[in-house]
Design a protein around this ligand. Sequence first.
Ligand SMILES: Cc1ncc(COP(=O)(O)O)c(C=O)c1O
Length: 427
Amino acid sequence: MTSISLSRRRFLHAAGASALTISLMGRITDIQAQADSAAAHAATLDYHSLAGQYSLAPQVSYLNHGSIGTIPINVQQAHISYLQLCETNPWLHMWGGVWDSGREQVRQQAAEMLGCNADQLALTHNVTETFNLLAQGLPLVIGDEVLFSSLNHPGASICWTHQSQRRGFTIKQFNFPLVDVLNYSVDDIVALYAQEITDKTRVLVLPHIDNTIGLRHPITELANMAHAKGVEFVLVDGAQTFGMLPLEVASSGVDVYATSPHKWVQAPKGLGAAYINKKLFKSLQPMWVTWGQERWHGSVRVFEDYGTRNFPALMALGDALHFQAQLGAVKKLERYQALWRHTMAKVDATSGLVWKSPRNWDLSGSLYSIGIKHAKASDTAKVLFEKHGVVVRPFDDPQLNSLRVSPNVFTTEAEINRFCELITQLA
Ligand SMILES: Cc1ncc(COP(=O)(O)O)c(C=O)c1O
């Protein structure tokens, strides 16, 4: 039994004393014990056997974990059990408080994986929600500028454009030079952002790993540079990193780190988490308000005050976090690096394919862009899926015309080889 599973049990048992509560806690503990034991088993498997812990169809080669993750079977089963338990008495589970301590335990687990305190972490729905909260709730006025690059995802960009039209602050979006990025260093990236900052820039928004070419932005160096130049808030979109990279967000120097565990944490869809530091917390107005404003006054929970929430999914997030923790952050990263190196070598050796992502591992992750020459990327992706079951994300942008590959730890080298060979055949 692991320390996390023990602490989860202790927490839940400490939560209530009535016979009914104890019997419910017992059922929750049973659900978690089953999920924990499957997670412990998964941690002992080699990456090839780990694929058996998921329910991907045998004909599917899933190289698109960056779009949406696939949930381990034990987490799916825990989720179903929480749903069934909820339906034995919906009022009790949603409003009777029996899952309140479980929710706080999930917050604690997520905070541990992100590297922050639980009281700095809001449990939201996704990254898009957090950026909408920021665009609506930060005190920006006419003359203030919000800066981001073309690598920003729409979920972290469109809300600023929308709000700027209503409130009069300015948006500055610059084109990230996709062609040069292959051989960029940390200093090059910091210099690129630095030259765009003006004395009007109050907010800098950037992805930790972007969803197009998979550049791992040096967030600490960027946050230090931006703050030194007078930028008040550095806001990071961590949709592609939570569960992929080991993280220490509280000491990274950023003001907000927003993420969506339905990608690399492989949690139920529609759950988010946002680290909000104390400085920004004081300036931010909530986007949704109901009875929680009074109850949670002074706590980051005021940003998750959206009324009825999906408790069964939230509880299963705890099991997903536990599963990922058991696999080990450093071990996973080593596997991602090995797959990245293998894919880059294979692409370099295959005529008709062009590597379009950074070649420096410190600026990379498990998401990369492979340019194709012979056909439109989206047409190729369609054929790859419909005829061969290979799932990748196409980008038709003329500078890229690429297929984005985002493997998980259990993706095999053979799948990567097959993907490259299929494209050669299609050409
Ligand atoms: C980098 C990045 N940011 C934001 C998002 C939006 O995520 P969500 O829909 O979970 O808010 C995505 C989704 O693919 C993404 O890749």
